[in-house]
Ligand binder design. Structure first.
Ligand code: FES
Length: 140
């Protein structure tokens, strides 16, 4: 093998090592934080509408515009981002335990959005709720 061929081979090996290293590093970051950082939301749900009837009972929940809305007690609601901060699974309300769970890898969250157990790296964004008669406003 002459000097030129040797250098070409070394260049290919070094380039290949860089690509593999980058893929591993980039992939790791994506796996750990898939949710959008901040959602700007401001919508109103008519609780008399058929699609919102599930919110007429305690423990009822519905996802609207990537926000999980849960009725926690008569006249009281919680709202958090529905996208898990780990790898983007859709978080669900667990009526039995009263918390939120991601079915993909089992992360758990409080109704405030705080992480109760991993692998989620950060909390779910929490939204404000305001009830006026039968109209529930959900906003950032
Ligand atoms: S996507 Fe992994 S715990 Fe939610």
């Amino acid at each position: 093998m002459d000097r030129t061929e040797f250098l070409k081979r070394m260049g290919l090996l070094a380039g290949g090592a860089l690509v593999v290293g980058c893929l591993g590093g980039c992939r790791r970051e994506e796996e750990e934080d898939m949710a959008p950082s901040v959602l700007n939301r401001d919508f109103t749900l008519d609780l008399t509408a058929p699609e919102n009837s599930v919110l007429g009972q305690d423990g009822g929940s519905r996802i609207v515009q990537q926000v999980l809305v849960v009725r926690t007690a008569p006249g009281q609601f919680a709202a958090v981002a529905s996208t898990c901060t780990h790898q983007g699974g859709t978080v669900q309300f667990q009526a039995g335990s009263g918390d939120l769970r991601c079915p993909v890898h089992g992360a758990r969250f409080a109704l405030s959005g705080a992480v109760s157990s991993g692998p989620a790296p950060r909390p779910l964004q929490q939204f404000n709720t305001q009830l006026n008669g039968d109209l529930l406003r959900v906003f950032s």
